[in-house]
Design a protein around this ligand. Sequence first.
Ligand code: ATP
Ligand code: MG
Length: 574
Amino acid sequence: MKLSKFFVPTQKEVPSDAFAASHILSIRAGLFRLLTSGVYSVLPLGVIVKNKVEKIIREEMNAIGGNEFLLPALSPNELWNETGRLDDFGDIIFRIKNRELVLAPTHEEVFTSIAKPYINSYKNLPQMWYQIQTKFRNEARPKSGVLRGRQFTMKDAYSFDSTWEGLDASYELQDKAYRNIFKRCGLKFFSVSASSGAMGGTRSEEFMVESDAGEDLIALSEDGKYASNIEVAESFVETVARKNSNLKYEELHTPAIKSIDELAGFLGITDKSHLAKSRVFVIPAKSENEKDKYLLALVCGDDEVNETKLMKYYGANIRPGHPEELLEITGADAGSIGPIGLKNNNVEIVADFRLQDADELISGANKNDYHIKNIDFKRDVPGIKYNDLRVVKEGEYTKDKSSKLRVAKAIEIGHIFKLGTKYSESLHATFLDKDGRENPIIMGSYGIGIERIIASHIEQNHDGNGIIWEGEIAPFKLILINITPQNEEITKFCETLYDELSAANIDVLYDDREDLRPGFKFKDADLIGIPVHVIVGEKNFKNNQIEIKIRKSGERIIIDKNDIRGKINELVNA
Ligand code: ATP
Ligand code: MG
């Protein structure tokens, strides 16, 4: 590719809303351009990288028996209603106004609807299907460039099996393929156990890249054996010791005290573990005949309620109560809620394991400006249940006490799920087993974000001057920079070298642009991050020499003109 004909609009300016290195550099290097919030055009340099990522993915998917499909982005509302996901996805799903259609955020429904009429017998199973296709999600806060877009490219794969062991095997195959893909894409990654969210299913793992641009928090053990999304992470924590003092509970006047910190300050307490923090949640009714249910969740004052864990126990639709609801259910506003004297006596009360059978607790009195002290859960809150409700914290030990946890930011680049029969049951995609019995197909689903891989690669491979592509997804292996294009002899040499390298299938970019200062060309080469720079200019050429710069190390090598081909081969094949 010749730069004179290649549209790469590099720029010095940084988009005003860009903070992540990958966002800044992918715009500055001319890979992507913003069209409207969360929607990006992929420019020619971006397309080259994207194609390389997709090639790796295709090779690895085909190697595990994948069949490539291409499904439509539009799909009928009816199909999404059958699985209930039109509601589950809520505002995330883009709906077409003048048709009963949505722009699909994922494709479980459509793939299952294709399997349904054709996969009727265990003899048709297993199957591994995938596509590389555009997804649409009305993300609430599209940010960090293509890391979180409203339109993005995903490789999504689906496995269909007749047995649970078969699902395990398909999942293993995808897991291995994912590891190969991310390695070949030049990423330092790890996998964590994760929540299955709106997808449903039994087990899921996310592939993560540690980065400050990440929106996920992960808990990692120092010995490297435990890694988990904070949403589902567990740790070892001592329960709050029971004092058995049997003190009577009594009301405390706590004027204008709203938060746990204010309460601790007001009471002069530093250890907040005995201040029980209360939060009210609503579990919406599933049908018109049912009523909404209410839940009061209690954790220690120095802990936070983990809403993902609540979703796991009480359903994905559980939501925090609105301020008016809180008053109606408890009798007080958010700062004064507690387990005793709730206005509505149909509230399920659940506390974190740390508070199991604790006493001498202080919590809200369900009366504004009042709290109650000496609450004894065992004595005063009959029917209270206990569960793991808290968010783990940095410095805590793993559950088996073998190692300490650290909490880091990370980008999720891929996700694999054991779906089970959620979709096959709701869409009635069944097969006949060996004994002629009808069973729902057992499914898995596996996704990778293509642009997210590119952005993550940039997050992990850049410096102050630009991107530093590593390995297979580098758009070009080499940039040939002609710094004196007005010199005919040099230009002829460069053209010949360029033709030879292209003929040898080496991805080479030739900076043949005229009327540009050498410094400008060097800056562009650094910014777009080509690993090897071959610099041809008059001064060295006179002495039969050519300069090579290694982008990553900055190392410069002066080489005899006649040895250049050998050196290039050595460097691009390294
Ligand atoms: P997130 O938690 O980041 O929203 P998700 O759990 O919704 O991700 P999946 O539904 O599992 O993601 O999608 C599979 C993959 O698609 C993700 O691992 C990620 O690489 C990519 N992806 C998801 N949402 C986006 C987005 N808005 N922009 C770019 N890539 C995305
Ligand atoms: Mg999402």
